[in-house]
Design a protein around this ligand. Structure first.
Ligand SMILES: Nc1nc2c(ncn2[C@@H]2O[C@H](COP(=O)(O)OP(=O)(O)OP(=O)(O)O)[C@@H](O)[C@H]2O)c(=O)[nH]1
Ligand SMILES: [Mg+2]
Length: 204
């Protein structure tokens, strides 16, 4: 039976981009349009190496505001229903936050809400911090340098996490001359997922 991972976070945080990075040929639609891009939940196969794989589920974005594809309360309700009623056994929730791009109170609010749903369902939660291509130095230092921010957001600093950029490799190469960050980010997210789904093979 396949293991199921659900990716959750606000619109534009890079959920679909993350899926395109870790799921070969996923081609999940992405957009920088403010009205929100992903309009339905969909699972993609992620190869984790060593013949291990899982299904990673893309979801609609939270907090699109009044003009978005789904007004925030409706998006939240729909996502909760998807989690509770889709009858999938969920094995992991990946909550995405943007590191260098406007972390807001709404991220904290949604983290708490969905962490509590996950807790009730007995599903572990990890955090992936995106939008870090401009961060100087090793991306994993973002977490240690932002402990106060995490505390304000209500995200325990002991939460398992990965600090990445989810920009496509061509963009990282062309605009930032940092193509290597793509491979590092892909590896770190896969390692994080694997360390939860198959703890004995994880690196943490
Ligand atoms: N700078 C930067 N841009 C990113 C990153 N991840 C995604 N983007 C860009 O942000 C925009 C939105 O990305 P998506 O992957 O569509 O975001 P999403 O979370 O799936 O959005 P919804 O489907 O609306 O919920 C796109 O233009 C991406 O190229 C990142 O790590 N850094
Ligand atoms: Mg999307």
């Amino acid at each position: 039976m396949s293991k199921n991972v659900i990716i959750i976070g606000q619109s534009g945080v890079g959920k679909s981009s993350l899926i395109n990075m870790i799921c070969h040929r996923a081609n999940a639609p992405t957009s920088n349009d403010t009205t929100g891009c992903t309009r339905e939940e969909k699972g993609y196969t992620c190869n984790l190496g060593g013949q291990l794989s899982c299904q990673v589920h893309d979801t609609i974005g939270l907090e699109e505001g009044f003009w978005g594809f789904l007004f925030a309360p409706k998006a939240e309700k729909r996502l909760k229903t998807y989690l509770k009623d889709s009858r999938k056994p969920w094995h992991l929730m990946v909550y995405c936050i943007p590191g260098n791009r406007g972390l807001k109170k709404s991220h904290a609010r949604n983290f708490k809400k969905f962490k509590s749903v996950a807790d009730k369902l007995g599903v572990p939660v990890v955090v992936v911090v995106t939008h870090l291509e401009d961060f100087g130095g090793s991306l994993k230092n973002w977490w240690l340098e932002n402990l106060d921010t995490l505390k304000n957001l209500g995200i325990p600093d002991t939460t398992k996490h990965a600090c990445v950029t989810a920009l496509p490799k061509e963009e990282l190469d062309k605009y930032y001359k940092k193509g290597q960050l793509y491979d590092d980010s892909c590896r770190d997210v896969k390692n994080l997922i694997r360390s939860i789904l198959w703890p004995s093979t994880g690196h943490r």
